[in-house]
Ligand binder design. Structure first.
Ligand code: GLV
Length: 325
């Protein structure tokens, strides 16, 4: 039996699964997002910390909890956790991959359509009483069929985005560290370098993981080298992109519109981006379907339960820790 501290309520069966195993659960129940200092204060030395991507789990948090043996992240990305420090302290980190693939690709595609077809603008136009009749050029957008989409990061979510794009009759380019022969065969996708992808794509969708190597990878030069009239979508991580340069590129550069679910300095959003009509925004809700968020909870619980039983959990991030146990 272990003590588990959850930094947020989690939908679905997660907490029941943990209690059914006899573990003792303490949950921070309000919607307030706990800061690092609050976690240090409020989580009373649990064996397991069940946290979300909004919580920064630093070495100070780890050092304040001598009993901590596991950090179970309720997210696929784990850039909110200092994994090296966890490994150095023999603390296992797990995540919840897979469960969000289709939901996130759906939102990326929704933002792509919203930006291309100016849906937020049309919505505001109607509500503000400006619709006085059909006009040939009223809120004309950009057509997807026959256009080229460049997928930046062809992991699970990027591939799911590619399948959607193929359904809409788009040609597909992708940038990925390794070749993806399955995507090439299944979708007719062609692998390119980033520069070529930006130069040739009518639509660009970013699906890279947030790591030290990918931080800032989509810089000012790349953004301004995009094909004229391109639509840009990011559902990966905000800090992959130079957000100020993106704002300037949307005002005075080749990018005509953007769909953004993630931001460089979340939850703050660049003030210039907020002023633009040609941007469709979402508050990091890429994976926010009831199905996906409940499934994440089950995956997080399965990781905790199996590790506490002495088994290898399904999704270790720093599996070195398991070898050293
Ligand atoms: C969502 O953004 C995740 O990383 O799980």
């Amino acid at each position: 039996m272990a003590d588990i501290y959850a930094t947020q309520r989690i939908p679905g069966r997660c907490f029941d699964m943990l209690s059914d195993e006899g573990h003792k659960l303490e949950v921070h129940t309000s919607d307030e997002i706990l800061s690092t200092v609050q976690i240090i204060k409020e989580a009373r030395d649990p064996h397991v910390l069940l946290c979300t991507l909004s919580n920064q789990i630093t070495s100070e948090v780890m050092d304040s909890k001598p009993s901590l043996i596991m950090i179970a992240n309720y997210a696929v990305g784990y850039n909110n956790i200092d994994v090296d420090s966890a490994t150095a302290r023999n603390i296992l980190v797990t995540n919840t991959p897979g469960a969000l693939t289709e939901a996130t690709a759906d939102l990326a595609f929704a933002l792509l359509l919203a930006a291309a077809r100016r849906i937020p603008e049309g919505d505001r136009f109607c509500r503000e009483g400006n619709f006085h009749g059909w006009l040939p050029e009223l809120l004309s957008g950009k057509e997807l069929h026959g256009a080229t989409i460049g997928i930046v990061g062809a992991g699970r979510i990027g591939a799911a985005m590619g399948r959607r794009a193929k359904g809409f009759g788009m040609k597909i380019l992708y940038y990925n560290r390794s070749r993806k022969p399955i995507l090439e065969k299944e979708l007719g996708a062609n692998r390119t370098e980033l520069k070529e992808l930006f130069a040739e794509s009518d639509f660009i969708s970013v699906h890279l993981p947030g790591t030290p190597e990918t931080t800032g990878i989509i810089d000012r030069d790349l953004l301004f080298s995009a094909k004229e009239d391109c639509v840009f979508v990011n559902t990966g991580r905000g800090f992959l992109v130079d957000e100020q340069a993106l704002a300037e590129c949307l005002i005075d550069g080749p990018i005509r519109a953007a769909g953004l679910d993630v931001f460089e300095d979340e939850p703050d959003i660049n003030a210039d981006i907020l002023k633009l009509d040609n941007v469709a925004l979402a508050p990091h809700t890429g994976s926010a379907t009831e199905t996906a968020r409940s499934k994440w909870g089950e995956v997080a619980a399965a990781n905790i339960i199996s590790f506490l039983k002495g088994d290898t959990p399904p999704n270790p991030v720093n599996s070195e820790v398991l070898q050293s146990l």
